[in-house]
Write a protein that binds this ligand. Structure first.
Ligand code: ASP
Length: 341
């Protein structure tokens, strides 16, 4: 992994200053020909991504830092924690108006939601990626990056929580999900709707995020923290056994998130898994493998020691549970956190 570098472009103007943190992903990738849309190589520096869009210089002054340069499906705790630390560091600098993070799309929603919970500033934080490599015909990265900066410097973006900008849309970290494997319209918020749209240099907001985020979050991290409590996801299906729960518990999971069927329903195997987790004081969250709707608290949750994930999908419920477990192991207190965040 490359060590962090800091460079500043030489143009000094009265424009706002935006910090761009590069982490890798398709937006930073190259193929050998313009029609290559898969099996490409990630590795373009964040400086090159900015340089490829000269129009950015009319929007802001830029500082940039390479936090990592990898595909997002390889991101783990070390990068996630360092990224959060760098975001908080830069947002605390008075001259920084906002932070833009270039990121792979596969786990973008996880990083965005994580930052939504641990960023200690109301300045704009915008994650952006691309579905096509930088070398592709009709690459989407350059315009997405331009729009991300348009959003980051817009005064109305203050206090809206961490946002994702992709394909002309501004999406709340709390609700956004990747909904397509390859299309440029991959990021969706089917239930709650988009926060707004960005077109050319104009931003229009329609919605606010109602859930707790950023400066109002009580889940901020100790900067010395090196890892988060391990939490596994178990995916349910017809006839699933109990062995995946047992494996998670044996591996030392402090929490299990169920990607359950329907409304987070518990099969006999899931009930057995939940009871085994309870015996080891391991938290057990009921989420759903269904992409829309909420898993609401149920009267049976106390009996099976479960926490309802509300509208968080399994991968986001895992993020919240890991941060919440740093504060409490109590089931009702954890449910209160899931009700609020
Ligand atoms: N396909 C991914 C992307 O769009 C790869 C990754 O998540 O890094 O960036």
């Amino acid at each position: 992994m490359s060590s962090a570098q800091l460079t500043q472009n030489p143009i000094e103007t009265g424009l706002p200053t935006v910090m761009v943190l590069g982490t890798g992903g398709t937006i930073a990738s190259s193929g050998s020909v313009a029609t290559q849309l898969s099996d490409y190589t990630v590795g373009q520096g964040v400086d090159a991504l900015i340089a490829a869009v000269p129009e950015l210089q009319s929007l802001a002054k830029f500082k940039y830092e390479q936090v990592s340069n990898i595909v997002s499906y390889q991101i783990g705790d070390e990068i996630l924690l360092r990224l959060a630390q760098r975001v908080n560091h830069w947002l605390a600098q008075p001259e920084i108006t906002g932070v833009v993070i270039t990121h792979g799309t596969d786990t973008l929603e996880e990083t965005a939601y994580f930052l939504n919970l641990v960023v200690q500033s109301d300045k704009p934080v915008v994650l952006v990626g691309a579905m096509r490599p930088a070398t592709a015909i009709s690459a989407d990265g350059p315009l997405n990056l331009f729009h991300a900066v348009v959003v980051a410097v817009n005064k109305q973006s203050v206090g809206r929580g961490v946002m994702v900008v992709m394909n002309d849309r501004i999406l709340a970290a709390r609700y956004v999900m990747k909904g397509h494997t390859t299309g440029v319209d991959a990021f969706i918020v089917p239930e709650q709707g988009v926060l707004g749209v960005v077109s050319d240099r104009d931003v229009q907001y329609f919605n606010q995020t109602s859930r707790v985020h950023t400066i109002h979050s009580a889940l901020h991290l100790d900067p010395a923290l090196k890892s988060l409590p391990p939490v596994d996801i178990v995916y349910e299906f017809q006839g699933a056994g109990v062995h995946m729960y047992e494996a998670a518990l044996q591996a030392g999971a402090k929490g299990i998130v169920l990607a359950g069927m329907g409304n987070g329903n518990l099969s006999d195997a899931a009930r057995a898994g939940a009871m085994q987790a309870a015996a080891k004081q391991v938290a057990f969250v009921r989420s759903s493998r269904v992409s829309q709707g909420s898993v609401r608290p149920s009267k049976k949750d106390a009996e099976f020691n479960c926490i309802a994930a509300q509208s968080l999908n399994p991968q986001k419920a895992r993020i919240l549970l890991r941060l919440a477990l740093l504060k409490t192991q109590d089931r009702e207190a954890l449910q209160a956190i899931f009700n609020a965040y």
